[in-house]
Design a binder for this molecule. Structure first.
Ligand SMILES: Cc1cc2nc3c(=O)[nH]c(=O)nc-3n(C[C@H](O)[C@H](O)[C@H](O)COP(=O)(O)OP(=O)(O)OC[C@H]3O[C@@H](n4cnc5c(N)ncnc54)[C@H](O)[C@@H]3O)c2cc1C
Length: 291
């Protein structure tokens, strides 16, 4: 199918984009186009104005500052994947990116586009939730930081206003002694996950769990941080018995059904994937402890 008619704009600065968003009716920002173009072709999205931000160079950057990864909204997924700094300081992001679509889609797809598209099981959204990330939204009215936990207001609907541009993403880095794991189930490699679970974990010197953070996505319209499970793991030995109790609770989290997948199957996947991610993070933690 072909998209409905629209007027194409190609601004070169953030200020120009913000002016356009403030003045043009029914405008949409085009980032990597990997989600928006199919939506326009299917006529799920019918903007009158398409604001292509691919020429706005100031929106594409990647640096580590104040123990956080600072990315421009237009930073390509592939640049994150190929960054040795990201690999060293934020390996959970690296591991998650290997599940995002295909090399071709990651070449174009951006971190900002993925967060704005807000697919419930998007890997980058999952990791942003795990790391308590924030996004920066800018409009003529000013700039504001939105915690990832407040980004979703409904199914594939963000709290970013139509006149706001997402300019940057901040992901606090895991501590150097935290280990990680990402586990997901998708029908085929490169498909969106049905359910995914990410974990970062730190062990005390005596080998017990000092802290565990988890994010589970695909159950509902945005990833969840099961804080009761995170708390219950603290002080436990990182062994299957402790993880079994945690995964039983993961299987009780609220889940939605759709035409393809029942709520019960999503809960089953949450149990299995949480166990796998915890086991792998624990194995890496023990290796680090005894290195
Ligand atoms: C074959 C295929 C497989 C895929 N598999 C996966 C997968 O497994 N996991 C996954 O997470 N994703 C997957 N994707 C989606 C891909 O990751 C997209 O890149 C991503 O969802 C959207 O990023 P984008 O830069 O392409 O944004 P676009 O498609 O350009 O935009 C998406 C939405 O965000 C808005 N937007 C973009 N940038 C901004 C901004 N700076 N400010 C305000 N609004 C903005 C747009 O207006 C639009 O509504 C897949 C895509 C394809 C084609």
């Amino acid at each position: 199918m072909k998209p409905a008619p629209f007027t194409y704009h190609a601004p070169r600065s953030t200020a120009e984009v913000i002016d356009m968003l403030a003045t043009l009716d029914n405008a949409r920002v085009l980032a990597g186009g990997q989600s928006l173009m199919p939506m326009m072709n299917f006529r799920f999205a019918m903007p009158d104005h398409l604001i292509d931000i691919n020429r706005v160079g100031e929106l594409a950057y990647l640096r580590i500052e104040n123990d956080a990864l600072q990315c421009g909204a237009m930073t390509r997924q592939r640049d994150l994947e190929l960054s040795s700094e990201v690999g060293e300081r934020c390996p959970i992001l690296h591991e998650a990116l290997s599940h995002v679509g295909h090399r071709q889609t990651r070449n174009r797809g951006t971190i900002g586009g993925s967060l704005c598209h807000l697919d419930p099981s998007a890997e980058l959204l999952n990791v942003a939730m795990l790391l308590d990330g924030t996004v920066r939204a800018v409009s003529k009215r000013g700039a504001r930081e939105i915690p990832i936990g407040e980004l979703a207001v409904g199914y594939m609907t963000t709290s970013v206003e139509p006149d706001e541009l997402l300019t940057g993403v901040t992901l606090p880095l895991p501590a150097r002694d935290e280990t990680h794991a990402f586990a997901e189930f998708a029908r085929r490699h490169g498909d969106f996950a049905i359910v995914a679970c990410s974990v970062v974990m730190r062990l005390e010197r005596n080998g017990n769990i000092a802290s565990a953070r988890l994010a589970i996505s695909g159950l509902a319209h945005c990833p969840v941080r099961p804080s009761a499970i995170e708390r219950a793991l603290v002080g436990e030995k990182p062994i299957a018995a402790a993880f079994k109790a945690a995964v039983a609770d993961a299987g009780k989290l609220e889940a939605v059904a759709d035409a393809y997948v029942s709520a019960e199957y999503r809960q089953h996947l949450a149990r299995v994937l949480t166990f796998r991610a915890l086991e792998r993070a624990a194995m890496r933690a023990e290796e680090t402890l005894h290195a």
